[in-house]
Design a protein around this ligand. Sequence first.
Ligand code: IMP
Ligand code: MG
Length: 182
Amino acid sequence: MQADIERILISRQQIEHRIKEMARQIVADHSNGGEVTLVPILTGAMIFCADLMRQMPIELQIGMMTVSSYPGAATATQGSQLVGQQVKNVTGRHILLLDDILDSGGTLKLVIPLLERLKPASVKVCVLLRKDRPSAREVQADYVGFDIPDEFVVGYGLDYDDYYRNLPDIVTLKREAIEKRK
Ligand code: IMP
Ligand code: MG
C-alpha cells in the first residue's frame, strides 16, 4: 500500500490541527443553543466524523447517509445515488452534514433536499476537502478544511476501489497503482 503513494498532499498532523480549528469554530457557531445532529456521508466521511466529533464537547446526535458516486475503480463521479439512510428525529434540530470531499457537488445536491424534507431547524455543510473546480463552488459549504487542486486523492477515509481508506495522510497515487485496479 505504501509503495502506491505518489506524494503526501496533506499530512496527518495538518489534518489533526485543522480539525481542531474546525471543531472550535463549529462549537462556537452553535453556542446559542439548539440541538445538533451530525450526518456523515458514508463511507468516505467516516474517519473525518469520528475525529471531528471527539473535538466537539457539546451534546450531539448522529445520523448517517450512504451515497455511492465513485463505484468500483472510478476516478471521476458516475452520478450520486443514495444507497442507505439512518437519519431519525431531526425535525427542529440543526443538521451538520459531513463529507470527505466536495468535488462535482452531486452528492450534496442529492442529499440536502432529502434532509430538508425532514424539517430540521437548519442544514449546514462541512467538508474536509474541496477541489478547485467551478462545480465545487456551486454548492455552499459552511466549513471547509482544505482547498486542494483538482487531483484524485485517497486516504483518511477517501478510497480508490474501496482501498486506501486506512491511510492516515491524504495522498495521490502513482499511475501504476491506478492502472493495476482498472
Ligand atoms: P461529488 O458528489 O462529485 O461532489 O463527490 C463527492 C464524493 O465523491 C465524495 O464523497 C467522495 O466519496 C468521492 N470523491 C470525489 N473526489 C474524490 C477523490 O479525489 N478521491 C476519492 N473519492 C472522491
Ligand atoms: Mg463519499
